[in-house]
Design a protein around this ligand. Structure first.
Ligand SMILES: [Ca+2]
Length: 536
């Protein structure tokens, strides 16, 4: 591995071995299309500094061994790491400036260029409040083989500000940093990446893709809404699309539940009661999809009657709820309303992951914890007028992904796939699904919009993955790629999960759900058919 640092026109070789001086590097530049592998990677540092006046290449590394990748930080499993292929990794900064309070700002980006390019580009969305340049690998929704190791050139961005942690809100004070966080950084980084790719491979990508979850999911949505001709295919996972109101809903839900707990500082439900809630939910809704398997695929059709949990309807003690608890449970999941009774955020689905303790994913809703941004208000009484005002004026609100007219995106021939873990306690699958339906309404109706957009519920899954019992491993990227390049609309996406070894299921595009055929091995996906519930 070799590290090259360039600042402006000055080249600093941080690990000096046989690297060339600027003059000889320049001569490499003219022949970059003839170079491959490590030599091309080394030449890239000079090429980019000559091509972009505003671009500062921070570091160029040739990654020729999987040992050089931090699998834990990058959340790569053994299979994903085993798929390794060598690549050139570049990080750089552009739009450097001094912002408010004399703080330095820039847009940082990362770009991974595989030795064996498949002619395609993928932008990897960010997470949290960004601030970090993550390793561009494209592993999300890509099953066992990250996009980079399939040959995609993969880019990512720090969102336009720099921090050591992903929840540092310091940049809220700076207008341009906010604009970049809203949408500017990913769009501009995409253009820089595309320029670099065409210089290196001497060819523009044939397809551009965007895949992101959480904040990355919001970025993915934002690109479909604000840059409708830039990407040919987009995967939106659990988008942080209106964090101000989802955080308000988290706060509301946690406070509503704590109000009926004995000490008001924790969940009102004992572990036995939590399990009883999920058991009753399973009893009422699990078999709606044809099989009582612990996976609630008929998310939309499940109308959970919580009153069945009341102690008067139960014989044994300890596994039932009193009326106050049932009311709190209903209200917590129904989501907050303003003083006029208007719904502020759509609330949450009941699902098996609501009792998640935090070991495999973020604590589920029954734990009565708030989200990360408004947790400071957990010690106050919930005042709906005050909290709604705070949420409305929250600095992130300007970046909410609200636009529902995707007609230009559709006319461009682009495709978009949404997925959301039904047990996600931070952002509700219900909210993303409502957006999806409104987007259809405003983009030509469901029949037309269904030709270029799909929505997948992932039961049991927490925020972007994990869950007590969930099939959170799936390769949506292959499906999207086929849809874009071969015009093959995906019929299902096969999912597996570490928490459910040996089990596979098809995830089906709404309104279909996987229905067991009643004959085959109920463990495996091939025994299930995607159908609309209650249709033969
Ligand atoms: Ca089921």
């Amino acid at each position: 591995m070799k590290k090259i640092k360039i600042i402006g026109s000055l080249i600093l070789v941080s690990i000096i071995s046989d690297f060339h001086n600027p003059a000889s590097a320049s001569s490499i530049n003219t022949d970059i299309s003839e170079l491959t592998g490590k030599a091309r990677c080394e030449a890239l540092a000079t090429l980019s500094s000559q091509t972009f006046t505003d671009l500062e290449i921070h570091q160029v590394d040739y990654i020729d061994s999987k040992e050089l990748i931090d699998a834990k930080t990058n959340r790569l499993n053994m299979e994903q790491l085993a798929a390794f292929e060598p690549y050139c990794r570049l990080t750089g900064y552009f739009e450097k400036r001094t912002g408010v309070d004399n703080l330095p700002y820039a847009i940082g980006f990362g770009l991974s260029l595989p030795d064996q390019w498949n002619g395609k580009f993928l932008f990897q969305g960010g997470g949290g409040l960004n601030g970090l340049i993550r390793e561009p690998l494209g592993s999300l929704a890509a099953g066992d083989v990250p996009a980079l190791f399939r040959g995609f050139a993969v880019a990512t961005s720090d969102g336009g500000h720099q921090s050591d942690t992903v929840f540092n809100p310091y940049f809220f004070a700076d207008q341009k940093a906010l604009i970049n966080f809203y949408y500017g950084a990913v769009e501009k980084s995409t253009h820089v990446a595309l320029e670099l790719i065409s210089k290196v491979y001497q060819q523009d990508p044939q397809q551009n893709y965007f895949v992101g979850c959480s904040t990355g999911g919001r970025e993915a949505m934002t690109m479909s809404q604000r840059a409708p001709e830039l990407f040919d295919g987009i995967i939106v996972g659990a988008p942080a699309r209106q964090t101000n109101y989802s955080e308000l809903a988290n706060l509301w839900s946690a406070k509503r539940l704590r109000k009926v707990s004995e000490d008001q500082n924790s969940s009102p439900f004992t572990p036995v009661q939590q399990q009883a809630i999920v058991n009753e939910l399973l009893a009422q809704c699990d078999a709606r999809d044809g099989l009582a398997d612990g996976l609630l695929f008929d998310v939309v059709g499940c109308d959970f009657k919580t009153e069945k949990l009341l102690c008067q309807n139960k014989t044994s003690k300890g596994d039932c709820l009193n009326q106050q608890q049932v009311t709190a449970l209903n209200e917590a999941f129904a989501g907050p309303r303003n003083l006029g009774g208007e719904q502020i955020y759509p609330g949450f689905y009941f699902d098996t992951g609501i009792l998640a303790t935090g070991e495999r994913s973020i604590p589920g809703l029954l734990q009565a914890e708030s989200g990360p941004l408004l947790s400071i208000y957990m010690d106050e009484d919930f005042d709906v007028a005050k909290q709604t005002k705070i949420a409305k004026n929250f600095p992130l609100a300007g970046g909410n992904a609200l636009l529902t007219n995707l007609t230009t995106f559709a006319l461009n021939g682009s495709k978009i796939m949404f997925f959301h873990g039904v047990s996600d306690p931070w952002f509700s699958a219900k909210d993303t699904f409502e957006y999806y339906q409104n987007m259809h309404k405003d983009s030509g109706g469901s029949e037309k919009a269904g030709n270029w957009s799909q929505f997948y519920f992932v039961p049991g899954m927490g925020h972007c993955g994990g869950g007590e019992q969930a099939l959170d491993q799936f390769d949506m990227l292959t499906s999207l790629d086929h849809w874009v390049t071969e015009q093959e609309r995906p019929t299902s996406v096969i999912a597996t999960g570490k928490s459910m070894p040996g089990i596979s299921r098809p995830l089906c595009p709404y309104p279909q759900i996987p229905i067991y055929d009643g004959q085959g091995d109920s463990q495996v996906a091939s025994s299930f058919v995607c159908k609309i519930p209650n249709e033969s």
